[in-house]
Design a protein around this ligand. Structure first.
Ligand code: 5RP
Length: 226
């Protein structure tokens, strides 16, 4: 199976958890986009759900497919969030934010009864950190934060977009991608980053994912609650 097939298989398995009447957190990225496409097919066949998109890109995709979307002025609790990931370790800890949406993704995950994470096989790692950890920061703080974040033991770089300009998130912030190599203590790093003024959110998701669905060459593997 190609990576694309693995993503499709994981997305299809996750969509089977969606029930009529649910409020859904809709993730961001290529794997999540496959899930949104499949959800769109079910909505067009009569399923009634409300989606809370985690990015402008997902909002646009969902709207184009006829999926009703809402914000937190209309909805307080989310039944189920389905999202992708950049890495997942055996403790179901994640690195997210490759697409720059981890701030909204974490807010949505935190308000969800359940989070299902979908990914292709290569996202499964023994130890987090081969993927550079995205840290969203207030623009004003970025030059001051680079050396402070570097002192935590990483090589930081300000993310650029495809036009070589600085990348802006949906909330108008910058992202510092942090090359830590293997992260031996994700919990303490998460806490340290969360307490730095100017850091809006980092991409470590600890104790969020209830279920991981990995697309493999043989189908899907489900880790955690079924
Ligand atoms: C966006 C994310 C994505 O879920 C993550 O980057 C995975 O994306 P993809 O499925 O395209 O590999 O966290 O902020």
């Amino acid at each position: 199976m190609t990576e694309d097939d693995q993503k499709q298989a994981a997305a299809k398995a996750a969509v089977a958890y969606i029930e009529d009447g649910m409020v859904l957190g809709l993730g961001t990225g290529s794997c999540a986009a496959k899930m949104v496409d499949l959800l769109g097919e079910r909505v067009q066949a009569g399923l009634n759900v409300i989606g809370i998109p985690t990015s402008e890109a997902t909002a646009k995709q969902a709207t184009n497919l006829g999926i009703k979307i809402a914000g937190f002025d209309q909805v307080k609790i989310i039944d189920l969030t389905i999202d992708g990931t950049d890495e997942v370790d055996p403790q179901r800890r994640l690195i997210k934010g490759g697409g720059g949406a981890h701030l909204r993704e974490k807010i949505v995950a935190s308000l969800s009864d359940r989070m299902i994470v979908i990914a292709e096989a290569k996202k499964r790692v023994q130890q987090l950190g081969a993927f550079k950890l995205p840290v969203e920061v207030v623009r004003f703080s970025a030059p001051a934060l680079m050396p402070k974040i570097s002192a935590l033991g990483c090589t930081p770089s300000l993310r650029q977009d495809s036009k070589d300009d600085l990348f802006h998130t949906d909330e108008g912030n910058y992202i510092i991608d942090c090359d830590f190599g293997a992260i031996s203590e994700p919990e303490s790093l998460a806490l340290t980053l969360s307490t730095m003024p100017g850091v809006v959110e980092h991409g470590l998701f600890i104790d969020y994912a209830d279920t991981i669905i990995i697309g493999t060459n043989d189908g899907v593997e489900i880790i955690g609650a079924t």
